[in-house]
Ligand binder design. Structure first.
Ligand code: NOJ
Length: 711
């Protein structure tokens, strides 16, 4: 977000007229459901923002605000995480994790723009998206909300979605959760993140830098603490780094009740007053729903413990965002007809196709002829809530809404019925995702025995994904393994579809299935696209933005670890990830050849070009994500064995070759040294052009070239 000089004077005039109380109310965001009594009182006043309110009540509150002294329009925020997904009937796109499999910045930007239109048409102004957390300990419950495990990919996709959200000035975006939240120790949601500031700069800050550069209007502070300091009270990171170094000019909102947590859970403040002082002076501008914050902040200013100038500055930042959105002029909104319109459906279709990842194929796919009989089996074959995943109306709205879903959605079962109209399709649940009920396994076996192919949809459920839903065990839950074994024993070929919010331990699934498709939160069209993939109506191109563990105890298993640590072997589990970042199959074969660098000796500050030929050796046209990685051979601090530093998605017709090149800049070779400075150190680096995260090497190879940086 950039400051617009034209509106600055207007904003200052408003602030001048405001009392201290009115200013602090601007810094407050209210969730009605949590404070029913306070709500009826506070909503008569001119409060800054509301969250999670939809429908007619939005218009009512807007009108009410107009009758207050300063008549400042409230800004309405909503968790539109993968589409305007809390609204029954709006387009629900694949989850962030699923979108990340596309490695497609363009489509993700379009998705952001489409969501902005639907949210704006619904009378709302602000999406609490994107999540820029890094998912490395995948026991954490919120993995499905992330773009995966790699800071570079997260940064690029985060920037793309922000550009989409903000480009037409329809909504403000919110880069969250600042910072290190996904790295909470033990994968425990909102627990302490035990990392150093050097590590923050090296790993967790880059996606936020991308978000700020892309123009995000707001940033949300994480629930958690970083090395013992609540993020809400972390002045160095919230002010010196975020504003001072990254140049962020929007406003900072806390996460839900963070001002309260500082004194009640983190206990670094003795009472709400001290919490208000710590949080405001650290750099927070808006308090999400901590009612005690209002009185506490007013008192602290009156007692001289918080300078009123700090309050003025927070209000100024909030009003700027409101002005940029045109809220003061009541800019015309998008027509309601954009919600779930045909254009968004088509975009969703494209994105969902690219969000599926083919993990195994022994040749059974694509199905060449429509089978006479298909058995669709499994707890996630016809369960839209599990397919949608978290942050939709099925997970966050009253059950009555769920009973009457307005979305035209496809589960795997519906998709198969539609894509194979001449096949007889039989369905059995088999077993639920969790619990000991295996009564339906018998039916599953019966229909599998007489079928030509089994499509088996396994996975996880809503109770296993989301806030405070961390898992200690990532094996398939309930009787799902039993179901898999029973179906496999029939001898009928099995295509397993994993409908999950995160990578589970799928060693046995991979071994027992003839083909495996991964659908992370599939949105409205996950089931349709899965059936299309199985039928070969398109060539799968999704790649993994996250690695699969061999066992829960073998976490973390992210690809960019250090060579001397995790990449050693546990004595009871095979080395490395089961499936690593960047991996994904297609129905054709791509050959990489003729890798070359523009020079092998590079002077400090110079860039170098690396290129390779990529050829489609198969019979089907396809899209390949070509990936650029870097290894630093020797440096003053340890660096990851390999780091993603670029990716390009290209289309290749059968037999076609394209030369793909990347410019490797000094920033791509940089590290953060012990003094927390970002520097390039002279020495050797390996550059790779590769179809997935490669095995690291210190020598030239099929996918690799060594260069040397000299003074
Ligand atoms: C809590 C979550 O951590 C955050 O992601 C979300 O945006 C807010 N609550 C608002 O619902």
């Amino acid at each position: 977000m950039k400051i617009n000089p034209a509106t600055e004077q207007k904003i200052n005039d408003i602030i001048e007229k405001m009392s201290l109380e009115e200013k602090v109310l601007q810094m407050f965001q209210m969730d009605k459901s949590a404070h029913k009594e306070a709500y009826s009182e506070l909503s008569k006043l001119n409060i800054g923002s509301y969250l999670s309110i939809m429908g007619e009540e939005v218009d009512y509150l807007r009108e009410k605000a107009k009758k207050t002294k300063n008549a400042i329009p409230p800004i309405f925020g909503i968790d539109a995480i993968h589409g305007h997904s809390l609204k029954n009937g709006a387009t629900i796109f694949p989850s962030q994790l699923a979108m990340a499999c596309s490695f497609n910045e363009e489509l993700i930007e379009e998705m952001g723009a489409a969501t902005a239109k639907e949210v704006n048409a619904d009378g709302l102004d602000w999406v609490f998206s994107p999540v820029l957390c890094i998912a490395r300990d995948t026991r954490w419950g919120r993995v499905d909300e992330t773009f995966g495990e790699d800071p570079y990919l997260i940064g690029k996709l985060g920037a793309a979605i922000i550009r989409g959200y903000e480009k037409d000035g329809l909504v403000a975006s919110c880069a969250k959760h600042y910072i290190g939240y996904g790295e909470a120790t033990g994968g425990r949601d909102s627990y302490d993140t035990e990392v150093t500031l050097r590590k923050v700069r090296e790993t967790f800050l880059p996606p936020f830098k991308e978000a700020v550069d892309a123009g995000t209007s707001t940033v949300m502070t994480a629930y958690g603490t970083l090395d013992g300091t609540p993020m809400t009270a972390h002045k160095e990171l919230l002010t010196d780094v975020l504003r001072g170094e990254l140049g962020f000019e929007g406003f900072v909102v806390t996460d839900y009740l963070n001002f309260k947590l500082i004194s009640t859970k983190h206990r670094v403040a003795a009472n709400p007053a001290e919490a208000a002082r710590l949080g405001i002076t650290a750099g927070n501008d808006m308090s999400m729903n901590a009612v005690a914050f209002i009185g506490a902040a007013i008192d602290e200013v009156k007692n001289g413990n918080i300078p009123e100038a700090a309050i003025d500055e927070a209000v100024r930042r909030i009003l700027r965002v409101k002005a940029n959105l045109g809220l003061f002029e009541e800019k015309e909104r998008m027509p309601k007809s954009v919600i779930a319109c045909k254009e968004h459906r088509e975009l969703n279709h494209k994105l969902t196709r690219e969000s599926l990842v083919l993990l195994k194929n022994n040749g059974v796919l694509p199905l060449k002829n429509a089978p006479a009989k298909i058995a669709v089996i499994g707890p996630n074959a016809d369960n839209i809530a599990n397919q949608y995943g978290d942050w939709t109306f099925t997970s966050h709205r009253p059950a009555e809404e769920f009973a009457q879903i307005k979305n035209d959605y496809y589960t795997v079962l519906r998709g198969v019925r539609e894509i194979f109209p001449s096949s007889e399709v039989e369905y059995a649940l088999g077993c639920p995702v969790c619990g000991e009920d295996g009564a339906d396994i018998e039916k599953a076996v019966r229909i599998a025995e007489s079928a030509d192919i089994v499509i088996l949809a396994l996975g996880d459920e809503l109770s296993q994904n989301g806030e405070a839903k961390d898992r200690a065990d990532l094996e398939l839950s309930g009787k799902q393994n039993e179901l898999l074994r029973a179906v496999k024993a029939t001898g009928t070929p099995v295509v397993t579809v994993m409908v999950t919010g995160k990578p589970l331990c799928i060693g046995e699934v991979l071994e027992s299935s003839d083909a495996v498709v991964q659908m992370f939160g599939g949105g409205d069209l996950g089931g349709l696209c899965t059936a299309e993939l199985i039928a070969g109506k398109f060539n799968p191109s999704g790649k993994l933005p996250i690695s699969y563990p061999r066992a829960t105890g073998a976490l973390p298993c992210y690809y960019n670890g250090y060579s001397s640590w995790h990449w050693g072997k546990y004595c009871d589990v095979e080395k490395g990830a089961l499936l690593s970042f960047g991996y994904g199959l297609s129905y054709t074969e791509y050959e990489y050849s003729d890798i070359a660098v523009s020079k092998t000796q590079v002077h400090m500050g110079e860039s170098v070009k690396i290129s390779a030929n990529v050829t489609n050796k198969g019979a089907m046209a396809g899209d390949e994500t070509v990936q650029l990685y870097v290894t630093d051979h020797y440096s003053s601090v340890m660096t990851p064995r390999i780091n993603l530093r670029g990716f390009k998605k290209i289309h290749l017709e059968p037999g076609e070759t394209k030369r793909v090149s990347f410019t490797v800049t000094p920033a791509d070779l940089a590290l953060v040294n012990r003094r927390e400075e970002t520097v390039v150190e002279p020495g050797k680096f390996t550059l790779y052009i590769s179809p997935c995260a490669p095995d690291f090497t210190y020598e030239d190879g099929e996918y690799a070239r060594v260069i040397e940086v000299v003074e």
